[in-house]
Design a protein around this ligand. Structure first.
Ligand code: ADP
Ligand code: GLC
Length: 483
């Protein structure tokens, strides 16, 4: 098998620059691809957090000037990754990734065009010793990469565009076209034009050789008006070049047997030890310390997508039934305030931490009995996969990757001994409330609950299988190009 060289292009990489699951995927998939004989380099903006993490840094290319300031590509290691950091202080030397204080940076069109432009240059052979066979762009921030390559010089690498979230599309005014170094003819329905603007995600989906998204169900959903958010027509037209590959998780980071962030480590054989984490979590969020109370965890961005307003509505009735909640989240200000207020009303039963807290995220997985993900849409979702590994039984809405990763504890699945959680549909507060009550009844049957936990903990959620799928896809695309 010949080795494939792949260039990842993304706006986030964990742990150096993260707002969500994209960062986790970009950080973990390259190592798993290495086992499939794919050598990956990851191009990311040179944010301060990235620049500070670089080791063995070497100048890989000097662009002199890119969109109004000096820009260089630095090749370096960061953790296990081979990074290409785009060092362009006029664009990235700021404290935020996308913005500050709830507002996007006004020059995001240029910040992420620069990333795509630099990636397309590498794709066209700008680096002396390394030319990628495949350029793999993630989400709208990397969306112009296939477009720049399309209008650039041949030979072109194979291009793959992965959709992690179609809700973010990167739309900018059409009068930026020339300033973005896009040719006039690109402003067309089969080009970068998107409802009268320039669409970065649209451009990527239009010009890439293949589109993937992060679960098979989401790959189908986004071809419908309900989930496609305006892109369903294009996705239907490209359905033969669209597929879903489930995400995996970084099993070394998310491993309850070795996790340094939790007070008591455990595995499937020492599940009883979990009780210590439960009590630490109850203390941390000032919940009533009750070993037998049914404790439901949530770790999430607070946004419409995640359906946590549904949880707010369902809360009083569930608290009435004796359920406890541990919620960590940040995002939408109105939701932050509502949860803070609800925690005052239901103190002792609802513990809320607003903010981003990696340690608490791990403690919730290790200490909660169940883990709720009531999303309205969910391309894949990683937190329910962490929950499987940690023996927190997931209660999820039946959409996207949640539908694909959790096996509902219905009669047949229980009989067959394969259930790993609870699913509900539609994503409404009533259905969520009933699902959590169903989970509570299952919890009251201790041997049954233990089986659910064990089934989850032995589920393979590693990157092994997904990485094989990506590698197969690259090989298929390269061989059809050659043929
Ligand atoms: P999304 O990318 O849509 O936010 P995912 O489930 O794919 O959803 O990934 C979310 C990631 O972000 C997980 O690693 C989760 O643990 C983490 N996360 C979300 N909110 C917080 C928070 N407030 N504090 C710490 N980690 C968080
Ligand atoms: C997005 C999605 C989430 C997915 C993550 C990583 O942020 O919302 O479902 O798990 O990307 O692919």
């Amino acid at each position: 098998m010949t080795q494939i060289r792949a260039l990842f292009v993304a706006s986030e990489v964990a742990p150096f620059a993260k707002t969500g699951g994209l960062a986790d995927v970009v950080a973990a998939l390259p190592a798993a691809l290495a086992a499939e004989d794919v050598a990956c380099r990851v191009m990311v903006p040179g944010y301060p957090g990235v620049m500070a993490a670089l080791r063995d840094a070497k100048l890989a290319h000097d662009f002199n000037e890119l969109f109004g300031g000096a820009a260089r590509l630095i090749a370096a290691k960061a953790g296990p990754l081979e990074l290409l950091a785009l060092d362009a202080p006029h664009l990235y030397a700021r404290s935020g990734i996308y913005g500050e204080g709830g507002a996007d940076y006004p020059d995001n069109a240029f910040r992420f065009a620069a990333l795509a432009y630099a990636a397309s240059a590498v794709g066209q052979g700008t680096l002396e010793n390394w030319r990628p066979d495949v350029v793999h762009a993630h989400d709208w921030q990397a969306g112009l990469t296939p477009a720049y390559l399309h209008y650039g010089v041949a030979p072109r690498p194979v291009t793959v565009m992965t959709l992690h979230n179609i809700a973010f599309q990167g739309k900018f005014p059409k009068d930026l076209l020339a300033a973005l170094s896009l040719p006039d003819e690109s402003f067309a329905i089969d080009g970068v034009e998107y409802y009268g603007d320039i669409g970065y995600l649209k451009a990527g989906l239009q010009f890439c050789d293949h589109i993937t998204t992060v679960s098979p169900s989401y790959a189908e959903e986004i071809t419908t008006a309900e989930f496609g958010m305006g892109l369903e027509g294009l996705l239907r037209a490209r359905a033969h070049h669209l597929s879903g590959i489930l995400n995996g998780v970084e099993t070394r980071v998310w491993d309850p047997a070795s996790d340094p962030r939790i007070p008591a480590r455990y595995d499937a054989k020492t599940l009883a030890t979990r009780a210590k984490n439960k009590s630490a979590l109850q203390q941390r969020l000032r919940l009533v310390e009750d070993e037998n109370g049914f404790l439901i965890g949530v770790v999430s961005r607070l946004s419409w997508q995640k359906g946590l307003d549904l949880l707010l509505e369902a809360l009083p009735a569930l608290v009435e039934e004796g359920a406890q909640f541990a919620l960590l989240g940040a995002g939408d200000k109105a939701l932050e305030e509502s949860f803070t207020l609800a925690a005052k009303v239901s103190s002792g039963s609802l513990g809320v931490a607003i903010g981003y807290d990696e340690d608490l995220a791990h403690l919730i997985q290790a200490g909660a009995d169940a883990f709720a993900v009531p999303s309205r849409f969910e391309p894949c979702g990683l937190t329910q996969l962490y929950a499987l590994r940690y023996g927190a039984v997931p209660v999820v809405s039946r959409v996207g990757g949640l539908a694909d990763t959790i096996i509902d504890a219905n009669e047949m699945a229980l009989q067959a001994g394969v259930a790993t959680g609870v699913q509900f549909s539609p994503a409404t507060s009533d259905a969520l409330r009933l699902a959590l009550l169903r989970a509570k009844r299952l919890y009251d049957d201790k041997p049954l609950w233990r089986r659910l936990q064990m089934n989850g903990m032995k589920t393979d959620v590693s990157w092994k299988r997904p990485a094989r799928r990506y590698a197969d896809l690259y090989r298929k695309l390269l061989s059809s190009r050659a043929g």
